[in-house]
Design a protein around this ligand. Structure first.
Ligand code: ADE
Length: 251
């Protein structure tokens, strides 16, 4: 076990890890259970970085190993998500306030979405106001970080950030009917992805402060046409690095 207090950074995209690795110094790499954990110094903070992998089971395993092998002061999760609210555009950012597993339904034993034995459905995050401030700091100058042709390709004119509810489930959502179903049940939901609520539960059970930022990469609907690899490499990864830098500078 590494006893140095560290901020854990879990990223749902390889490109985010690559962008952060470019800034990481004093790197030590450890591979276990098909995951590679990178410790080092990032923007003057001691961190440990790891790719979450995709889906709730994979990200649960990664975060559990991370918490058990490192002395985490907090865990920050970065990645992309499908927007659920009609005013959200590609390139906007949701800072998680609370997270639900939208595909968890043990009724009639427990109400829909309730996590058995925890007696709650939503898991709250920590430090969301601070992360929102850092995100707004980054967005105020994002044109310095992102190529103008990329801004044009994805129409990233005025990206906005807000704090809100995030849904997670083992499903890539790409239908308006499914969006409507999710919003009927959880009307305040902002975006949907495949890991966050699982990692939030792990952190809750281990008592580790958890926070999450998700960049909207698509609108989770039938006509979400997006060059996903290009978005991950040229937008989401730079957002993650820029926001973490602003956040660490505030700490
Ligand atoms: N991650 C990014 N977009 C998503 C979507 N539409 N559904 C689930 N996870 C996602």
């Amino acid at each position: 076990m590494d006893t140095t207090p560290r901020i854990g950074i879990l990223s749902a995209m390889h490109d985010e890890i690559d962008a952060l690795l470019k800034q990481l110094t004093n790197v030590i790499e450890t591979t276990k259970g098909q995951r590679t954990y990178y410790t080092g110094t990032l923007f003057n903070k001691e961190v440990v970085l790891v790719f979450s992998r995709w889906g709730k089971v994979a990200s649960t395993m990664t975060s559990t190993q991370l918490i058990n092998d490192y002395n985490l002061t907090e865990l920050i999760f970065t990645g992309v998500a499908g927007g659920l609210q009609s005013d959200l555009n590609i390139g906007d950012i949701i800072v998680g306030h609370d997270l639900f597993q939208h595909d968890l339904d043990a009724s009639p034993l427990f109400p829909k979405f309730h996590i058995p034995l925890l007696n709650k459905a939503a898991i709250n995050t920590a430090f969301s106001e601070d992360l929102l401030k850092a995100t707004e700091t980054f967005l105020a100058e994002f044109k310095q970080h992102i190529d103008s042709s990329t801004i044009a390709t994805f129409k990233l004119e005025q990206p906005k950030a807000r704090i809100g509810t995030i849904l997670s489930g083992d499903q890539f959502i790409s239908s308006s009917a499914k969006i409507n179903e999710l919003l009927r049940e959880i009307p305040q939901a902002q975006c949907v992805e495949m890991e966050g609520a699982a990692v939030a539960q792990v952190c809750y059970e281990y008592n580790i402060p958890f926070s999450i930022i998700r960049t909207i990469s698509d609108k989770a609907n039938d006509n979400a046409t997006l060059d996903f690899p290009k978005f991950a490499k040229e937008v989401a990864s730079l957002y993650a690095a820029g926001i973490l830098k602003a956040y660490f500078e505030m700490k």
